[in-house]
Design a protein around this ligand. Structure first.
Ligand code: PEP
Length: 254
């Protein structure tokens, strides 16, 4: 079902105590100020997940997620973490295909397709990130990049699985740079994503999927971005580390 979602990506920030306090602040602000039906997700480092998932039980519409999982069920993969382990602490989401994982950890669409499968198997909703680099935007090939990421990353799924995934369009040139895609640029790509999904599956399914925008989103630019017809919310990096900014972005859907 298509939902409004604001998801935070804490990346590799905050020690345990800092993470617990930030999450508690967000939960309290959300309780006092959020009036809409929007879903709120916090994707933290692994160390916080057990603690914040316990706190999330008493919080309306707030869920937790990881920022990565391994593609195998279990086994001799020192330092890795499985979908089952993440699910067992009460998290519901996992970010997959973030451009930082693609660029710094060599994650390919082929590998990501396996991660998507194991996430769905263990009832974790993938927030599947796609987006073009600055060069790909400037050369005009961004539509084909987006189509390839979708085709290789998620188009092996059955139509029913699409109820359990969220797409995040994150132009790489806008992540952590302070450069935001204009609402028109973002809307153009979101509409294209829906069109490609409609062609591969059907238009009902394409209309039902939630597609988030990510890339230097903040309380100032979120209202214009989120008012676009095909933008269902945001994946928020830097601004999710400040409870006031993150909650203000969530409140765009009040
Ligand atoms: C992100 O890392 O997913 C992201 C959108 O970061 P930022 O908001 O800091 O650009």
């Amino acid at each position: 079902m298509r939902k409004k979602i604001v998801a935070g990506n804490w990346k590799m920030n905050l020690d345990y105590q800092e993470g617990i306090s930030l999450f508690s602040e967000v939960v309290n602000m959300v309780k006092d100020e959020v009036r809409g039906e929007q879903d709120i997700v916090v994707c933290s480092p692994f160390i916080h997940l057990y603690g914040i998932s316990a706190l999330a039980k008493d919080a309306n519409n707030v869920s937790t997620g990881a920022q990565n999982i391994h593609q195998e069920e279990s086994g001799a993969f020192t330092g890795e973490i499985s979908a089952k382990q993440i699910r067992s602490v009460g998290a519901n989401y996992v970010i997959l295909g973030h451009s930082e994982r693609r660029a710094y950890f060599g994650e390919t669409n082929e590998l990501l397709a396996k991660k998507v499968d194991i996430a769905i198997k263990y009832q974790l909703t993938p927030i599947f990130c796609i987006g073009e680099t600055k060069e790909e935007r400037e050369s005009g090939e961004f539509f084909s990049v987006i189509k390839e990421q979708l085709t290789q990353g998620v188009f092996h799924l059955e139509a029913d699985d699409f109820e359990n995934i969220v797409i995040a369009y994150e132009p790489v040139w806008a992540i952590g740079t302070g450069l935001t895609a204009s609402p028109e640029q973002a809307q153009e790509v979101h509409a294209y994503i829906r069109k490609v999904i409609g062609e591969q599956y059907n238009t009902t399914l394409a209309d039902e999927i939630s597609i988030l925008y990510g890339g230097s989103c903040n309380p100032k630019n979120a209202p214009d971005l989120f008012s676009q017809a095909d933008i269902d919310g945001g994946l928020i990096g830097g601004a999710s580390l400040k409870s006031r900014d993150f909650t203000d972005i969530v409140k765009v859907f009040n």
